[in-house]
Design a protein around this ligand. Structure first.
Ligand code: OGA
Ligand code: MN
Length: 311
């Protein structure tokens, strides 16, 4: 297939007013030609979430596709990975294909995905994108199992001015060890594991140099609820407000999985969460790669950010 043919054959169609587009007619199991890659990158920047329909990908193809957008992260815990260390197993099914018990730590661990979060925010340099491939998804008519997304650019823009001012100087503590403490039944981390991932703080308002310093909200609810500069109680109350605010329908899109969907989202500007489903009844098998971030998060106090309309 020629370069022109590859890009001429697929269609990119928005899936909601809030965010997201679906890409139909593009096979991503082979390397994308430069022209197509440029179109996909632009669409990703514009829509923040892309769903490539009808993909058939072995793990090494998933990794090869993902690497076109940057180097990949390696998940901190080995027991969630398959033979490729860059591939994270998001499933209630073991690597051997057996459905796991409801109380299996791997299943409990995934309950954390049910809270609004952005992937690997526990890193000093958090991820750019996550890429999730649907291998076994819930049948039609089954309740839950969607992945919800919320647009933090739109959410920031719609904040009342007094809330923008209140949030502006704040940072949140993001801690991998705390993720492990939220759900009872997950074994604690060893001292060595904890030392490898010390807590970090990130600004609650971040600016995006590649978007003319536009601002977005950046927070998580699967780690610590502490917000620097406030009492723990006030920080928790404010965090609770942010969680409710992020759930407003006008910012959200809930993706109902079809078999062989490949969903890629921008962790810099979206939050996401898994919607609960009956883990004892249904099998759900997804595999994820994570494109590493290349810069640390920029807060709103840089002169460049101040000089723009959003500053
Ligand atoms: C993830 C995640 C959501 C889901 O893999 O990072 O949050 O719906 N998954 O499984
Ligand atoms: Mn996640």
């Amino acid at each position: 297939m020629s370069l022109a043919e590859q890009s001429a054959e697929f269609a990119i169609t928005p899936v909601s007013d809030a965010l997201g587009a679906e890409v139909v007619g593009l096979d991503v199991s082979q390397p994308l030609d430069p022209e197509t890659l440029a179109v996909i990158r632009d669409a990703f920047q514009e829509h923040h979430m892309l769903c490539f329909r009808d993909q058939t990908l072995a793990d090494d193809q998933l990794v090869a596709f993902s690497t076109q957008f940057g180097p990949l992260e390696v998940f901190p815990e080995k027991d969630h990975t398959r033979d490729k260390v860059e591939v994270y197993h998001v499933a209630n099914v073991s690597l051997d294909g057996e459905q796991l018990a409801e109380e299996d730590p791997a299943v409990i661990y995934q309950r954390n995905n049910g809270r609004w979060h952005t992937d690997s925010s526990y890193r000093y340099t958090p991820s750019l994108a996550s890429i999730l491939y649907g291998i076994e998804v819930l049948p039609d008519g089954a309740e839950g199992g969607e992945t919800g997304f919320s647009n933090m650019l739109a959410a920031y823009a719609a904040l009342p001015d007094d809330m923008k001012a209140k949030l502006e100087p704040l940072h949140q503590v993001h801690s991998y060890a705390d993720i492990r403490r939220l759900e009872p039944g997950i074994p604690p981390m060893s001292v060595e594991e904890r030392d490898a991932l010390p807590p970090v703080t990130h600004p609650v308002i971040r600016v995006h140099p590649d978007r003319n310093y536009q601002r977005s909200l950046y927070f998580t609810s699967n780690t610590s609820l502490e917000i620097g500069g406030m009492t723990l109680e006030d920080g928790k109350a404010l965090h609770g407000w942010l969680v409710d605010y992020a759930s407003r329908p006008e910012f959200c899109y809930f993706h109902r999985w079809r078999q062989n969907d490949l969903v890629m989202w921008d962790n810099r500007v979206l939050l996401h969460r898994a919607i609960e489903y009956d883990v004892s009844r249904y099998r759900r098998v997804l595999r994820r790669t994570t494109v590493a971030g290349d810069v640390t998060i920029m807060g709103p106090f840089f002169p460049e950010a101040r000089a723009t309309a959003g500053g």
